[in-house]
Every structure is written in C-alpha cells, then in structure tokens.
Design a protein around this ligand. Structure first.
Ligand SMILES: Cc1cc2nc3c(=O)[nH]c(=O)nc-3n(C[C@H](O)[C@H](O)[C@H](O)COP(=O)(O)O)c2cc1C
Length: 129
C-alpha cells in the first residue's frame, strides 16, 4: 500500500463545491478501496490518500486534473502497511487552530515543512487531536 499527501489551493471554494468534491471522492474511493482525510479551508486543501499503489496513483492523477483547485504540491509519498483512516472513504476536517495560518501558507510554510511535520498533522487528527 502507499500513502501520499499533497496541498493545493481551492478554486471557487464554497459549501456547495466542497460537498461536490466530497461526494465525488467518496463515490470513487469506496469503489477503489482508497481511504484518507481532506483538510479543507478557503485557502487550502491538505489531503492524505492511502490504498493500493495503482489506484492511489490513478486517483491522484484525476485529482491533479481537477479544476476545482490549483497549485498542487505533492508533499509526502511512502509505502505503508497500515491505514491512518481505515474507516473513511474520505474524512473531511475543517482546518484546526494549530494548523499553519493562511499567512504562513502564503509564505511557503508547507513547502519548507519536513515530511515528518506534514505527516504529524494527519497523525494528530487520526489520533483524535
Ligand atoms: C480537493 C479534491 C479532493 C478530491 N479527492 C478525491 C478522492 O479522494 N478520490 C477521488 O476519486 N476523487 C477525488 N476528487 C475528485 C476527482 O478530482 C475527480 O473529480 C473524481 O475522481 C472523478 O473523476 P472522473 O470524473 O474522471 O471519473 C477530489 C477533487 C478535489 C478538488
């Protein structure tokens, strides 16, 4: 199995668009055996995808071509044996207060963050933080 994370900038973010994104994600992920988490904020998507390598790669390619966001940056990619979000076709989560602020994101905080710092965000939420 592989796990990857990326960040992107929403294009035309509102409740209806987010609901549409999540509906598409859950429909496809249930079909494909992909699970994960999507952190959603007006200025930021931060997503973790996990599952069999070929389907996760195909999913990421479709996501990368989606015009509901832009400026995708792949942040981490690794082989894993366990899922962080096994029961979620795609969990959605509003950005937490402890996450990088919009100003920090605009300033490149995500591209400067280490893989461990990126993964810690998802691990903290998976652990109930
Ligand atoms: C931020 C964001 C996250 C998405 N997450 C997923 C996802 O987890 N799985 C997925 O299959 N599609 C996801 N999508 C939707 C895909 O881009 C695409 O619309 C969907 O896979 C259907 O593809 P198709 O129309 O080519 O069949 C996401 C889109 C956006 C904008």
């Amino acid at each position: 199995m592989i796990q990857l994370t990326y960040a992107s900038r929403p294009f035309g973010f509102d409740d209806a668009m987010l609901a549409g994104v999540l509906m598409d994600a859950r429909r496809c992920n249930t079909r494909d055996g992909v699970t994960g988490l999507l952190i959603c904020r007006a200025d930021l998507y931060l997503q973790l995808l996990e599952g069999p390598e070929a389907v996760v790669e195909a999913t990421y390619r479709r996501i990368a071509a989606d015009d509901r966001h832009m400026d995708l940056a792949l942040l981490t990619r690794r082989t894993v044996t366990d899922r962080l979000f096994p029961n979620w076709a795609m969990r959605d989560d509003p950005a937490r207060s402890w996450l990088w602020t919009k100003a920090e994101v605009d300033d490149g905080a995500l591209t400067r963050a280490s893989e461990a710092e990126i993964l810690a965000v998802f691990e903290r939420i998976a652990a109930g933080g």
